[in-house]
Design a protein around this ligand. Sequence first.
Ligand SMILES: [Zn+2]
Length: 453
Amino acid sequence: MAASSDDPSPTDGEGDKIPVSRVKRRRHRPLKVANQIPQRRRKEIEKALEEPGSTPKKWSRSSDWKSHRIGRKLVKPGTIRQIEFDLMDIEIGESWPIPITVVHGTRPGPIVTIIGAIHGNELIGPLALTYLQSANIMGEGMAIDPSSVAGTIRIIPIVNMPGYRRSTRYMSDGRDLNRFFPGKENSNTTSRVAHRLWSELFSTSDHIIDLHTAALGRTNMPQVRANLANRLSNRSARAFGIELILDSEGPKGSLRRISDESGISCITYEGGGSDESDPESIQVALYGILNVLRGLKMIPGYPSRPRFRLLASGSVWIRSDYGGLLDVLAPAGSFVEEGEVVATVSDPENPGQMMDVKSPTQGLMICSATHPFVTTGTPIGHLIPITKAVKTVQRRLDEEGLLVLSGTDGEPPWREDEEIEDISVEGVWEGGSPDAEWGDNLRAAAEEEADEA
Ligand SMILES: [Zn+2]
């Protein structure tokens, strides 16, 4: 029988069947982009992507592929090594060693540095990077197998060790490390640490993935921030496979801003809140990191793509007009309508009264307050207004109106097989095997029984 024109199993032109899922993704279901970026900025980005950038590095000279060096420590090709790196290079006193895991591949490729806890109390990064190194993901035959990696992956779960030890965002001198890059050798403590990190680790990277959470008192829906006019950052941000990308340059002195200015690709992932663990944010981080590594062709496979992508360049703040205690009804990740009550405020000093906080517009809550105490003017939510492709976004909402993010359906990759409860169902297969009674296998089953006897 001749295939009809809408045969669902197309070929690649040489008669070989392409796996249907890939074909569907690439040809029949073009990625929908709800583009929220104003036209002027969009043109800027397009122009930057068209410009012939600096000559791309060639990774083909395999004879040049030597051990990877950090300070005096060497990592041989095809191996994983954990080393310690001192935030301070000093003769006496606390040098603040931080652990770095280096996966040095067997083939030439880019150097990717993945970091967590540049803000010491943002724990999603350290958790995700610990799980990234678990036996389910890293090792022989796993997603990150040093014998098949191209390039070098440097994993630093905790950058700001002094802050992490004290459960604070800041360095020991109270400064924000992510505002002092590229740092100075002879300045204050934080600036010196920034300088050492920048000169020894970050400036020698091709790509940086910087994992963050919201600051204390709020929580972020998983999202990526990148300067989309930097072609490499743009590529990494898209490869991450996430629904929401915020186009921004990063604050002054931030690692992202300085990396961008130095021609190094850097994306920031934000998910969850400070001082808390959030399995979904961790799962999306892991999913995204593996996607970026696939996108850079450092590990095998194709990056997974989201159903749609919101490219946002602006947002709306929702503030409380009342003082009191907050009850958030539409947490980060909720899709809300214009005029919808997103939170209520009650005042213990005036019992019996409850005031509504309404959303000024239709959109997606990308950040919400977790601390209940508010005064008038306190932001309680951060909203991306959505005016285009509303249906596309709505189709991915769960029954509570929360966006279901790519990478969150299915079991978290760090769950070990041993944790799964085996439930025994007693019985005997009629006819000797699960499908035997359907007919085809009757004879085979009878033969099997005869063999066993
Ligand atoms: Zn942060």
